[in-house]
Ligand binder design. Structure first.
Ligand code: DC
Length: 229
């Protein structure tokens, strides 16, 4: 059986890979795997069940729940991908700060990552897959046909997050956001399992000071070289 083409986008949060990934998935008509959403679903379930990542019996329960996630990623028609868990639309629920915090705690657990591994590979079906995450090109799809590592300076990512929160009329402090981003970068890059780093064969796309349209145009050139558009 011929395997479906896979394109991976990895990189830190706020670098713009989610925006690029969903635009590409729509343009190519391919499936989109937002792997961060999987870790967020685990975080949400764990919070709701009162599970604590530091307790071994809770970790066992979370691993079982991760293996059996009853989820639906609705195809994105332009307004963003909607995510369903156990028949409930949790698209907004998985974006809260509490769930972000829980997701990052569970994401460092090797047994949780292992439980989600086959699940993620199952997304690679025709006509093709755009996989967005931290370890898509390094661990989940090492044989991917095209790998991108999308990044931007911490300062730029802080500015973007600040503008986004201000637009949502959420009170935000730019300095604090910047410090949190630096801390998270250090944690993500130094963790033992699937640390955040570019795959050896990844194209590094630095989006600092660049519009989404300009980044997309650069990525489109790589996609065109593959003959996908
Ligand atoms: O990209 P995001 O913010 O939705 O990711 C949520 C959390 O999951 C974040 O802490 C990083 C982690 N994550 C991961 O460890 N591996 C992935 N492939 C995707 C996300």
């Amino acid at each position: 059986m011929s395997r479906a083409p896979v394109m991976t986008l990895d990189g830190p949060g706020g670098a713009g890979k989610g925006t690029l990934a969903s635009a590409l998935a729509r343009e190519l008509g391919w499936w989109l795997l937002d792997s961060g959403a999987l870790y967020r679903l685990v975080g949400l379930l764990a919070l709701r069940r009162g599970l604590d990542a530091g307790r071994s019996q809770d970790l066992d329960a979370a691993v079982t729940a991760s293996r059996n996630l009853d989820l639906i990623f609705e195809p994105d028609t332009g307004a963003g991908q909607r995510v369903w868990l156990d028949g409930e639309d949790v698209t907004d629920a998985i974006r809260t700060d509490a769930v972000s915090g829980a997701a990052s705690q569970w994401a460092v657990q090797p047994s949780i990552r292992q439980a989600l591994l086959a699940r993620q590979r199952d997304f690679a079906v025709p006509p093709g897959l755009i996989a967005d995450g931290r370890d898509m090109g390094t661990v989940i799809f090492p044989e991917a046909d095209l790998k991108l590592y999308v990044t931007a300076t911490a300062r730029e990512r802080a500015d973007r997050r600040f503008a986004q929160l201000s637009g949502m009329r959420v009170d935000a402090n730019l300095d604090r956001i910047y410090r949190e981003i630096l801390e998270r970068d250090a944690r993500d890059a130094s963790r033992e399992v699937a640390p955040l780093k570019p795959a050896d064969d990844a194209h590094v796309i630095d989006t600092t000071g660049e519009s989404v349209a300009a980044s997309l145009a650069r990525v489109r050139r790589l996609v065109r070289e593959k003959g996908w558009i």
